[in-house]
Design a protein around this ligand. Structure first.
Ligand SMILES: [Zn+2]
Length: 324
């Protein structure tokens, strides 16, 4: 009984002391945290430059560090080198360097962009690429999406030779017959397949049959909006080689390919020339066209290269028939 009484008196005392101790510890903790926080936050502005702005995290990006964005030309060469290394079958660094040396462009020299639609086609596209490799020239291929899976070798070779891949829809569809959402699907599928397989971004679209609606039509408006959204341009042509005409043999195709002016008086320099990599006669003509034009001082470049060095430049949503 006595013990019980003693405890009853002792426990409240102990309890009070305990509470006091805990309170003291808590107060000390708060004081300590406040002191530490003060150490890190308060003196900081004093250490920094007097005109320091409010956000210290902005310092690394806001500083005018000497790391400018790579130029278009640097990006172009680095992309080509990537594909030369990946798909170029170059045995050593010297071979890569030799390949890259052929990618140089002289902006002051005449340029022309040859384009090949509807491929790749087995046995024909490879001949066009042989010519590109032999002479170190580049062209643009407006491919059909449903040819991608069966022609990966041709596509890899295009990229390793610095050639450009453009979009010619998945099934060679007349986009004037499509709704806006069908158009998105038909064109977007090709971009996606090429990006997924090769990590390559397509920038150019050539409408099949060169049909893309009249100015102000729903087709035209939808297409231009899509091109702007995807940072792409629509590529018409300055001159056709008429290589799909039955009456045009290799000789006639060659003549149209190299003529300084066409029947409309359009000059070859700055032109976008339409061909198709699907018939032997076109390949035969191209084998003669290239050395002839090189002899005359022309550079054969891709459409994007031609546009980049033109006064107009590349603009998403624009329609180009030539480079001005
Ligand atoms: Zn076509």
């Amino acid at each position: 009984m006595k013990k019980r009484k003693k405890r009853k008196i002792a426990n409240p005392l102990r309890f009070a002391v305990g509470v006091a101790l805990i309170a003291l510890i808590l107060v000390l903790c708060v004081v300590l945290i406040a002191a530490i926080a003060g150490c890190f936050s308060a003196p900081a502005p004093a250490v920094e430059a007097p005109e320091e702005t409010s956000a210290p995290t902005a310092v690394p990006t806001a500083s005018p560090s000497p790391t400018p964005e790579p130029s278009w030309e640097e990006q172009r060469l680095s992309s080509i080198e990537h594909y030369v290394r990946a798909y170029g079958n170059c045995p050593d660094e010297a071979a890569i360097e030799a390949r890259m040396a052929k990618m140089a462009i002289d902006p002051e020299q005449k340029m022309v962009a040859f384009t090949f639609d509807d491929g790749p086609r087995t046995g024909i596209t490879s001949q066009i690429l042989d010519v590109c490799e032999q002479y170190g020239v580049r062209v643009t291929f407006f491919i059909k999406g449903d040819n991608i899976a069966s022609h990966e070798e041709d596509l890899m070779r295009m990229l390793s030779l610095g050639c450009e891949i453009g979009n010619h829809t998945w099934m060679h569809t007349n986009i004037e017959e499509l709704s806006a959402s069908e158009m998105r699907e038909e064109i977007g599928k090709v971009n996606d397949a090429i990006r997924e397989r090769f990590g390559y971004t397509i920038r150019l679209f050539r409408p099949p049959y060169i049909k893309y609606g009249d100015k102000g039509s729903e087709t035209r408006n939808s297409l231009v909006a899509l091109m702007e959204e995807w940072n792409m341009a629509i590529i018409n042509h300055t001159r056709s080689t008429h290589d799909t005409y039955d009456s045009y043999n290799a000789e006639k195709i060659y003549s149209r390919g190299v003529a300084e002016t066409d029947e409309l008086g359009k000059t070859l320099s700055g032109s976008i020339i339409l061909c198709h990599d699907k018939q032997q006669k076109t390949a035969d003509a191209f084998k003669r066209i290239v050395p002839e034009l090189l002899e005359r001082g022309y550079q054969l470049v891709t459409v994007s290269e031609l546009l980049h060095y033109s006064d107009d430049g590349f603009h998403a949503g624009w329609i180009y028939s030539s480079a001005k």
